[in-house]
Design a protein around this ligand. Structure first.
Ligand code: HEC
Length: 198
């Protein structure tokens, strides 16, 4: 072997030596105690530890009504568990803009940017089925996701209701019953002109 060949061989060997351990550097290969394996570390034998007194599963203390819109038997609630004022609607609108518009679109028509870029299209939130769904069911969709929709658990429980209140606003904005409007509101609409935007 000439010196150049020898040099190349050494470089290759070095590469192989460096690359080999890198292949097995996965977390599952680390030294750890498997479930129910014995371990000397704690002194009493088992590697598994008993749960500290008072431990509760994650989510077990949640108020199911507030967090997931469920009644005592798991049925969807049909009314809001809190009063909803203008500030709540404003917050609902803002959160809807952050979390829902990317797919559902600003009006809830199912034409958000993610959908335009290929995400499976949701049905319009203005469909009769969604308009007639109990509010608790809509909160449940936010809390747990549904089919192609991921959950939005990161939205705090009371805020889920504010988002749903905003969904109701969007639905009403496109399916308002003129007979339910006050005389003042009707006069306001007439002044704005039939179908005309202010
Ligand atoms: C990543 C895209 C995406 C985001 C973001 C998203 N959704 Fe959805 N949503 C979907 C899809 C897709 C469906 C249809 C699910 C299915 O396959 O049935 C859906 C369904 C729904 C439904 C049920 C409609 C029906 O068919 O009854 C509601 C209500 C809903 N979404 C509300 C929301 C709200 C409120 C937010 C924001 C907190 C939100 N979604 C955020 C994609 C999304």
């Amino acid at each position: 072997m000439c010196p150049a060949e020898l040099g190349a061989a050494v470089v290759l060997l070095l590469f192989a030596a460096l690359a080999a351990p890198a292949c097995s550097q996965e977390m599952r290969d680390q030294a750890k105690v498997e479930p129910l394996e014995a371990a000397a570390f704690f002194g009493d034998g088992p590697g598994a530890r008993a749960e500290p007194v008072g431990t509760v599963p994650r989510g077990a203390l949640l108020d199911r009504a507030l967090a997931a819109g469920e009644g005592p038997a798991g049925e969807p609630l049909t009314g809001f568990p809190m009063a909803v004022g203008e500030a709540d609607l404003a917050r609902g609108e803002a959160l809807f803009g952050v979390y829902c518009v990317p797919c559902h679109g600003r009006l809830g028509l199912g034409d958000g940017m993610a959908v335009r870029r290929g995400y499976p299209a949701p049905p319009p939130l203005t469909l009769a089925r969604v308009r007639e769904a109990p509010v608790g069911d809509l909160v449940d969709v936010i809390a747990h996701g549904r089919a192609n929709m991921p959950d939005y658990e990161m939205i705090a429980a009371p805020d889920r209701w504010r988002v749903v209140a905003w969904v109701r606003v969007l639905q009403l904005s496109q399916h308002a019953d003129a007979a339910a409007l006050s005389a003042a509101d009707l006069a306001h609409l007439d002044a704005a002109g039939a179908g005309g935007a202010p």
